[in-house]
Design a protein around this ligand. Sequence first.
Ligand SMILES: Cc1cc2nc3c(=O)[nH]c(=O)nc-3n(C[C@H](O)[C@H](O)[C@H](O)COP(=O)(O)O)c2cc1C
Length: 236
Amino acid sequence: MKKTIAWGITGAGHFLISSFDVFGRVKYEYDIRVNTFLSSAAEEVVRMYGLEGQLETISSGDYLEEVFPETRQGKSWPKTGRFLLDKYDALIVSPATSNTVSKIAHGTADSLVSNAVAQAVKGGVPVYVVPVDIEGVVVSELPFGIDRELCRKCDPCPPRDNCPNNAITDQIDLLKCSGCGICRELCNFNAIKGGPVELKVRDIDARNVETMKGLEGITVLEKPEDVIDVVKEMLH
Ligand SMILES: Cc1cc2nc3c(=O)[nH]c(=O)nc-3n(C[C@H](O)[C@H](O)[C@H](O)COP(=O)(O)O)c2cc1C
């Protein structure tokens, strides 16, 4: 019978694109069903990075291939009851924000993804977590934004006038942006940028990852690509 993985996505830009690449492979290369659980921050961030369409191809909407967005669930998270019904072969949270890691590490289960982890452990479903903030310095990807020192405030402004979501004024409203990147192409002064930024990992976040490593039923993975080894083992 086909294997089924529950995929928990939280609101991290770091490791987000590589997580999508990996889960595309999980579905198409390894023929595994992917049922997605999206935190409410992830709903926003996935859109900002232009990944909504890709999500529809990974989780088609059929039974056990649904997308469960946190903003459309109740507060008692009834969908996570499925982890008690022997429906999933694993729960993989990738990427996991420092916020969700903190919740998992301390047993809090008041959000869709942290509750999914709690239910999965109770139901004997193995849990794998890919934290974004493990230790040291990480390089993350920013969504699109306007460098106001480069912006010449042109009028007409091609990026603003051609944005399909009306997301641009003197800044980009990231809650409207769908990450299409048309604006970056149209700005004659290269004032629209996304891309890499370096961040220091806080020691509290590193400690939470260490705590999580000691919890029953939970395995910490270093990067999204490590999910492929989990899948190979599962199919062995
Ligand atoms: C564009 C963008 C990128 C973000 N990237 C990260 C990140 O890499 N790591 C992180 O811990 N939080 C990141 N955040 C902040 C989280 O989304 C925020 O802490 C949120 O409350 C996490 O909720 P969740 O853990 O339920 O998904 C980002 C926010 C935005 C707007």
